[in-house]
Design a protein around this ligand. Structure first.
Ligand SMILES: C[S@@+](CC[C@H](N)C(=O)[O-])C[C@H]1O[C@@H](n2cnc3c(N)ncnc32)[C@H](O)[C@@H]1O
Length: 243
């Protein structure tokens, strides 16, 4: 099983390379002069790179070497050296180090429920006094099952084609949308490489997510609904807490 492997990373980068518009503006609006920012689960640097381009002191980490590689190359192409490192959320803790920690784009929903309290505690300890956490969580919504593989993306990669297939089922009890992704690298009709990925997304209730932050010791917990965050009529929810 490849987690954000080579093919998945190429497809992700082809559609989600650089954050922009309302989403970028929302996260930038929380940065003030001299802040030290951390983006856990930064992936391909979709958010980290435009932050760096604005001179913001930011670093990030991720569990996928492929995603981090793309982030570094993208930064280098723009004359910058991204400060990113390989790390699992389960083990990250840098006491008293950051003014702002942000996890955009629902990456937080990828964390298995049983490790969430530990991760939040570690993030809290990594913030300086008065520091702030911002988390975009996927909010509970109607999710249709799609038990059969269905093509969801197709990308030309030189002489090859990468095809993404998806199937998903929603588990009401755990409130997890269990997606499976399959990537095929195809050359002249022949599958040269296959990647399979489990992609479980935990759907949260608004009060539930606020409660998680409270229980982890955050104060002034609020939720922002960014109405056109991902484009017209496409909102997202960001949970904010301070220490
Ligand atoms: C949907 S991508 C989002 C990347 C980036 N945050 C963005 O806004 O585009 C989710 C990222 O979370 C990373 N990830 C998932 N579980 C992780 C974990 N336990 N520790 C660190 N990174 C993780 C994946 O490797 C992937 O790059």
């Amino acid at each position: 099983m490849d987690y954000y492997g080579e093919l998945c990373t190429k497809v992700y980068e082809s559609g989600k390379s650089i954050a922009e518009g309302e989403e970028l503006a929302f996260y930038l609006s929380h940065v003030t002069e001299g802040m030290k920012v951390l983006e856990p689960m930064c992936g391909n640097g979709r958010m980290l790179i435009p932050f760096m381009q604005r001179g913001i002191n930011i670093e990030g980490f991720d569990i996928s070497d492929e995603m981090l590689k793309v982030c570094v190359v993208k930064g280098n192409e723009r004359g910058m050296e991204p400060r990113v490192f390989h790390q699992d959320m389960r083990h990250f803790n840098r006491q008293d180090n950051y003014d702002l920690i942000m996890i955009p784009f629902g990456s937080f929903s990828l964390l298995p429920e049983e490790i969430v309290p530990l991760c939040l505690r570690n993030l809290k300890e990594s913030l300086r006094q008065g520091g702030k956490l911002l988390i975009t969580a996927i909010i509970q919504q109607a999710a249709d099952d799609c038990p059969e593989w269905k093509e969801t993306n197709r990308l030309q990669d030189g002489k090859n084609t990468i095809i993404e297939y998806k199937r998903m089922t929603y588990d009401k009890d755990s409130r997890v949308l269990n997606s499976k992704l399959k990537y095929h690298l195809i050359h002249e009709g022949e599958v040269l490489k296959e990647e399979l990925m489990d992609f479980p997304m935990r759907m949260y209730g608004v009060e539930e997510c606020k409660d998680l932050l409270h229980k982890s010791g955050f104060v002034n917990v609020t939720v922002h609904e960014v109405l056109d965050g991902y484009g017209k009529g496409n909102p997202f929810h960001v949970f904010e807490g301070t220490i």
